[in-house]
Design a protein around this ligand. Structure first.
Ligand SMILES: NC(=O)c1ccc[n+]([C@@H]2O[C@H](COP(=O)([O-])OP(=O)(O)OC[C@H]3O[C@@H](n4cnc5c(N)ncnc54)[C@H](OP(=O)(O)O)[C@@H]3O)[C@@H](O)[C@H]2O)c1
Length: 124
């Protein structure tokens, strides 16, 4: 992903308070359009990505914060009282694979596990 081709938001040029929006699955098809759109609208976006993601080095913007899942969830977070919206788009898609039992299991488990993690994080 090359963010610079989409991000034309001038730094520190927002006329309304900046909401912090947490997005899981921001590297995906929908999430990548969504977070860029939100940045353009003046929101501050906190993206959670997998540790293996190449995203860290590729996408830089002053209102974009990127954490890997474990670092974010395992720390007593600075962000917990600042996040106003959570958008969870993350989960295994299976691509064009046949929907075998094991693929179905991965589709379900990846979503359920992450959602539980987010819910318990905010219940701390
Ligand atoms: N696109 C559609 O037309 C459509 C229609 C109906 C519903 N949906 C639903 O909307 C959501 C987003 O769709 P999408 O098309 O943007 O999906 P996508 O392109 O497949 O993106 C999935 C996102 O989830 C992450 N992810 C995959 N497996 C994961 C795992 N095991 N743990 C943590 N993160 C994982 C991916 O991260 P990596 O980049 O690291 O792989 C990516 O950021 C999905 O739940 C999908 O089922 C989509």
């Amino acid at each position: 992903m090359n963010c610079t081709q989409y991000i034309d938001v001038p730094q520190n040029n927002f006329d309304k308070p900046r909401k912090l929006i947490l997005i899981l699955g921001g590297t995906g098809f929908i999430g990548s359009f969504l977070f860029l759109h939100l940045l353009k609208k003046g929101y501050v976006v906190l993206l959670l990505v997998r540790r293996s993601s190449t995203f860290f080095s590729k996408c830089v913007h002053p209102n974009l914060i990127v954490y890997d899942y474990d670092s974010f969830f395992e720390q007593p977070s600075y962000f917990i009282n600042k996040i106003e919206v959570v958008i969870n788009l993350a989960g295994y898609s299976g691509g064009f694979k046949r929907w075998s039992m094991s693929v179905k299991h991965k589709i379900k488990e990846s979503r359920v596990t992450l959602t539980k993690r987010v819910v318990s994080f905010f219940q701390l």
